[in-house]
Design a protein around this ligand. Structure first.
Ligand SMILES: Cc1cc2nc3c(=O)[nH]c(=O)nc-3n(C[C@H](O)[C@H](O)[C@H](O)COP(=O)(O)OP(=O)(O)OC[C@H]3O[C@@H](n4cnc5c(N)ncnc54)[C@H](O)[C@@H]3O)c2cc1C
Length: 419
């Protein structure tokens, strides 16, 4: 058994930022465990620009952004193990990992930072009827083919789902010579970032078919086409509205889910809305000393948010190791009111705040000219007007540290949309 102070699981942007900030807080014995053969996580295949707009005030590609952190990690002499897959974690913070050089390794950590990212829902999860022919890929796999392996998934493509990765892939395969016949989404709006809808679809004349869903796969050995249909207000296909679209490739960009199989093994409480851990203001999970950050916690649009949240997790893991972490008898709960789908964090201990509390949240529908209201117990403390609130966009709200410190006896913060 090897002992470390902080063990970071996952060497993507979240894990690297967390390790860096734990070291900046003076923690010596840190190790980052990464199952891939390189640090950087999903960013290694995101070769488009748009990363680091806030933290670096530059438009970097994913690999460039990742490199800034991997260089720093190396400069700071932070240990990392590549090709090392963590296969088990216990609530006592014993980690089992496996790699080709050492075989099975057991590590005892004072604190663990979970940063394993998210996974895509495959076809099997989606109950799509039709044959099991070739030519159906998740967007992440197709992105890896094109951007890392240099192989095109097909020539005539339909994309199911208008999340960021779907929109980006529509543009990417078009630039590489494929024809994208449609991006199809059952929602009445695109769920990806508005700027991607403009830059990736409108600029390339790619049709976005909203309020439509896939009802059948056509093809025996290789995909030959799909049947889509309009949906009613309950998202059910409307009979008689079926339409055939020919294609040899279907890219599924349906949803990303935090990949918490390992966290569950340790007994971490998971939110059934985000699929991520339930955390406090310090990104600490329901198990003392186990922290979570990045896409394992909730799916982020912006890398800068991942980085800032992970710096916080690393800082607080370090404080936990140094015995400087503060506990309260009872934390203040943060609840979702009308129109709010989820909030992160779920609770706050004002004693641990070093600056204002930032709450991240997503709304449950499209709202125009609405307000976001924050109640401390039943008293409205913040009311912000918003011209537009879209369910795909992560929103943020700052709550003053002083307000929370002066109201430690409060039991609940509620966030709601007032229309
Ligand atoms: C297609 C796409 C496009 C995006 N575009 C933008 C953009 O333009 N601008 C922007 O700001 N943001 C963008 N984002 C968002 C941003 O890239 C992500 O939010 C960010 O990469 C998440 O970082 P992470 O470290 O949490 O996860 P990841 O990058 O997924 O890293 C997780 C790491 O954990 C490792 N791991 C998993 N399980 C284990 C295990 N059991 N043992 C060891 N290691 C493990 C994985 O191999 C991986 O390296 C995009 C995201 C995607 C998916």
């Amino acid at each position: 058994m090897i002992d470390y102070d902080v063990v970071v699981i996952g060497g993507g942007p979240a894990g690297m930022a967390a390790a860096i900030s734990a070291r900046q807080e003076g923690i010596e014995r840190i190790v980052v465990l990464e199952k891939d053969d390189d640090l950087g996580g999903i960013l290694n295949q995101c070769i488009h620009i748009g990363f680091g707009l806030y933290n670096f005030r530059e438009e970097l590609t994913g690999p460039e952004y990742a490199e800034r952190f991997s260089k720093k990690l190396i400069d700071m002499n932070i240990e990392y193990k590549l090709n090392t897959t963590v296969i088990d974690i216990t609530k006592d913070k014993i980690i089992t990992a496996v790699n080709p050089e050492e075989g099975v390794v057991e590590i005892r950590a004072k604190s663990i930072i979970l940063s394993m990212g998210c996974r895509e829902r495959p076809r099997g999860d989606l109950n799509i009827p039709g044959s099991k022919c070739a030519g159906i890929y998740t967007a992440g796999t197709a992105q890896r083919f094109v951007n890392i392996e240099g192989v095109m998934p097909g020539k005539e493509i339909v994309i199911l789902g208008s999340s960021d990765i779907g929109l980006l892939m529509a543009r990417r395969v078009t630039l590489e010579g494929a024809k994208v016949n449609a991006v199809v989404d059952m929602m009445p709006y695109s769920i990806g970032l508005k700027r991607y809808e403009m830059q990736c679809l409108k600029d390339f004349n790619i049709p976005l078919m909203l309020n439509h869903t896939l009802v059948e796969i056509k093809g025996k050995d290789r995909l030959e086409g799909i049947i889509i249909s309009k949906v009613d207000e309950n998202r059910r296909p409307i009979k008689g509205t079926e339409e055939h679209i020919s294609c040899d490739t279907l890219i599924l960009s349906v949803s990303l889910m935090p990949d918490n199989a390992l966290s569950l093994r340790a007994g971490v409480d998971i939110s059934n809305i985000t699929g991520g851990a339930i955390v406090n203001e310090s990104m600490e999970t329901s198990i003392e000393g186990i922290f979570a950050c990045g896409n394992i916690l909730h799916v982020h649009d912006l890398i800068d948010d991942v980085t800032n949240e992970s710096y916080e997790a690393g800082r607080k893991a370090a404080k936990f190791v140094k015995g400087e972490y503060k506990r309260a008898e009872k934390n203040i709960n943060i609840a979702c009111g009308d129109g709010i789908r989820y909030v992160v964090p779920d609770t706050v201990n004002p004693n641990n705040l070093e600056e204002d509390l930032e709450i991240s949240f997503k709304v449950d529908g499209l709202y125009k000219n609405a307000h976001i209201s924050l109640l401390l117990d039943n008293r409205e403390e913040i009311c912000l007007s918003k011209r537009i609130l879209a369910p795909g966009d992560m929103e943020k709200l700052k709550v003053s540290k002083t307000l929370l410190e002066n109201n430690k006896e409060a039991t609940k913060i509620t966030l709601k949309v007032v229309n």
